[in-house]
Design a protein around this ligand. Structure first.
Ligand code: SF4
Length: 416
């Protein structure tokens, strides 16, 4: 199967091919998660429903899938009892499989997930006082080999499908117990009437900042985020979604126009030499070209600033001079910018150390004095495998039997 074959790495800077949109299961059933409503309607019609029925059922099923989060056709109470097995014979409601779940003492939760064809990837939930952010992966592995990033040491296996991307958000809502139990709009046969309000949600924000470069899997990321933003779907505002790129310049304008979410850029250095080393994509799209693409990003404004991620690496990119150059560059392009300073989280085999707290503070002060917000991000989840990619590597060292046992134990624990 094309999507289970290891993809060849076409070089550090080339986009990778996009996998097909529908992946039937081994038993021939089609996973509905990740498909837009018109496609679900088409599939229902192809399976034998007349046009009117296909349209109605697609509307009902879509609502159950994305608004109510059900994972079993039997729970779709406004669909006739004879229709439900008909659906279950032909379709499935997928979720990524959970290999391992970790819960940090600071509330951070991290999951090692697995695709239906056996590839591991990660998802992290970071709760704060006034928000809860889910960090979502777009690829299994990554082609870009950023030298400070643990995922960059892994081979790219394949792009995640729209269903596997939106499936992460759905799985997080499952785990957080966040699906509403209210009456379905426009459908009057729902039985389990309860109270639902969008306020008080735990999962309020999404960042496409997990494993992979999202703009190298553009179509699937766009399709998944459209489901996340769909008012009849997961209904999360685009203002609460941020896509982080390491600087795939040709896709940035498209991202603003076709997805319209907030943009974050992994800048991490302000000189060609250093950025060429730590973000090798810089050899193809240099700093000035990248910042010009940021200045041209559709929808960026002072109300919707572009975030620049900057990992603090000791004696590499953390001098006063670097901080002043950062201010100069952001001003030169007149960018509505904020800078996130990220203390480096070392992983075994990493070639870098984290800058000292004093150095990070001094760097931050210079950027603030330059009129640009530059908070230091508090490291989260350090008592679990914290840096992106660590959980996957740790899991690879365990035997399959160990992992199966742990997954079973995690499932049992979650039943309490
Ligand atoms: S930082 Fe992002 S783009 Fe760079 S190697 Fe890691 S996952 Fe890939």
């Amino acid at each position: 199967m094309a999507d289970t074959t290891l993809m060849t790495i076409p070089g550090q800077v080339d986009p990778v091919p996009v996998a097909r949109d529908i992946t039937p299961r081994a038993d021939g059933r089609i996973d509905l998660i990740g498909l837009p409503r018109p496609r679900i309607r088409e599939l229902f019609a192809e399976a034998g429903l007349d046009e009117r029925q296909a349209k109605l059922r697609a509307k009902q099923v879509f609502h159950w899938l994305y608004h109510r989060g059900v994972t079993d056709f039997e729970a779709m109470t406004d669909i006739s009892k004879t229709m439900r097995p008909w659906l279950a014979e032909r379709f499935v409601i997928g979720r990524p499989n959970i290999v391992e779940a970790q819960h940090s003492s600071d509330g951070t939760r991290k999951w090692l997930l697995q695709t239906d064809d056996g590839h591991d990837f990660e998802m992290v939930f970071i709760p704060d006082a006034d928000r809860g952010t889910l960090c979502v992966s777009s690829q299994v592995g990554c082609t870009l080999n950023c030298t400070f990033c643990h995922t960059g040491t892994m081979r790219l296996v394949r792009n995640l499908t729209p269903g596997e991307i939106v499936g992460q958000v759905m799985l997080a809502r499952d785990a957080l117990g966040e699906w509403p139990k209210g009456v379905m709009d426009g459908l009057d046969e729902a039985e389990d009437v309860g109270h639902y309000t969008a306020d008080g949600r735990l999962l309020t924000n999404i960042v496409m900042m997990g494993m992979g470069e999202p703009l190298y899997n553009f179509d699937h990321v766009r399709d998944a985020l459209n489901l996340v933003m769909d008012g009849d779907g997961l209904a999360l505002s685009k203002r609460r979604i941020t896509l982080s790129t390491s600087g795939v310049v040709p896709a940035m304008e498209r991202c603003g126009e076709e997805i319209g979410v907030n943009l974050a850029v992994s800048l991490h250095a302000v000189t060609k030499d250093v950025r060429d080393e730590i973000v090798p994509l810089n050899k193809k799209y240099g700093i000035e070209e990248l910042l010009q693409a940021c200045a041209d990003y559709p929808g960026a404004s002072n109300a919707r600033r572009i975030t620049f991620e900057y990992v603090m690496l000791k004696d590499k990119n953390d001098s006063d001079e670097d901080a002043r150059e950062l201010v100069r560059l952001l001003r030169k392009f007149d960018l509505p910018a904020k800078v996130n300073l990220i203390p480096f989280n070392p992983w075994p085999g990493a070639n870098y150390e984290c800058s000292t707290p004093e150095r990070i503070k001094a760097f931050s002060n210079i950027v603030f004095e330059g009129g640009i917000s530059a908070p230091v991000r508090t490291p989260r989840g350090r008592d679990i495998d914290a840096a992106c990619g660590q959980l996957k590597t740790a899991a690879q060292k365990k035997s399959r039997a160990e992992r199966d046992r742990e997954a079973a134990a995690a499932a049992l624990a979650s039943e309490d």
